[in-house]
Design a binder for this molecule. Structure first.
Ligand SMILES: NC(=O)c1ccc[n+]([C@@H]2O[C@H](COP(=O)([O-])OP(=O)(O)OC[C@H]3O[C@@H](n4cnc5c(N)ncnc54)[C@H](O)[C@@H]3O)[C@@H](O)[C@H]2O)c1
Length: 255
């Protein structure tokens, strides 16, 4: 990855921050796209630099076309077209059933977790123009793309749609040498799982459902992201790779 430009969205925390640091360790130039927290983005940038990479921070709201355009433009002005996009920005499920869900809540989730993937992918591609191939797009999806939860219609619909976006993009961009894949994590200890991070008893209860016996770490997802973006994964495109300690295999065992 040395000397390659990697754009990571949602990079001020959780899986995005871990991906930024892991790409930094490969010697990459890492653009840390953040939502609201400049100080958190600065901390990710420091981790990237410590790991051996080069970092810049840029604010980007992935659900806003103009904001995405500005952020990608700033990265390209500094470093030229990006070779890798890791889209980790996302919101968690509302926990509200459909009969009680407002249209505003539905749209908020879909705008971030699905339209955000469309806007960032499209801007990544147009930014590359006719640059020669060997590029990769990774979207952080979820096992909830196919394993649904009551109260998660907004999230499950967004991530389910993301699967089809990834597969469509993969066949569209394959002739240009651009690979597009999804990573589907299970339970990962990030701010999205804040209660499990601070409450050991609660976390252990959830972990009983995970065959490997523990929640995952963001760095474990980041290792997969670096592999999928690398030349070692050169024949992998349109794939949805599960990383969940076996959690999604337990679906049918509840009854
Ligand atoms: N943590 C898990 O267990 C888990 C499991 C499966 C999938 N995921 C997915 O992983 C991705 C990263 O989540 P995480 O676990 O690191 O949680 P996180 O909350 O730490 O990261 C999500 C990031 O997205 C940013 N964000 C939210 N809305 C945004 C917007 N409109 N524009 C730009 N950025 C925005 C947040 O500021 C945050 O930094 C998400 O897409 C999530 O759905 C997480």
């Amino acid at each position: 990855m040395a000397e390659r430009t990697v754009i990571v969205t949602g990079a001020e925390s959780g899986i995005g921050a871990a991906c930024a640091e892991a790409f930094g360790a490969t010697g990459a130039r890492v653009a840390i796209l953040f939502y609201q927290d400049q100080a958190a983005a600065d901390a990710t940038a420091a981790a990237v630099t410590r790991a051996g990479g080069t970092a810049m921070t840029v604010q980007a709201h992935v659900d806003d076309e103009a904001s995405v355009d500005r952020a990608f433009g700033a990265v390209e002005a500094a470093w030229g077209p990006a070779a890798v996009l890791v889209n980790s920005a996302g919101l968690n499920m509302s926990g509200v059933t459909v009969r009680d869900m407002t249209l505003a809540q539905w749209r908020r989730l879909l705008d971030t977790d699905l339209t955000g993937a469309f806007l960032t992918s499209r801007r990544f591609l147009t930014g590359r123009g006719t640059a020669p191939g060997d590029a990769a797009i990774l979207h952080i999806s979820s096992i909830h793309a196919y394993a649904v939860r009551a109260g998660g219609a907004d999230y499950c619909a967004a991530k389910g749609g993301l699967s089809n976006l990834v597969e469509t993009l993969a066949i569209e961009e394959a002739p240009r040498g651009i690979r597009v894949n999804a990573i589907e994590p299970g339970m990962i200890l990030t701010p999205m799982n804040a209660r499990a991070e601070r409450d050991d008893a609660y976390r252990r209860t959830l972990e009983q459902n995970i065959p490997l016996g523990r929640a995952g770490q963001p760095a474990e997802v980041a290792d997969l992201a670096v592999f999928l973006a690398s030349d070692r994964a050169r024949y992998i495109t349109g794939a949805r790779i599960v990383i969940d300690g076996g959690l999604s295999l337990m679906q049918a065992l509840g009854a």
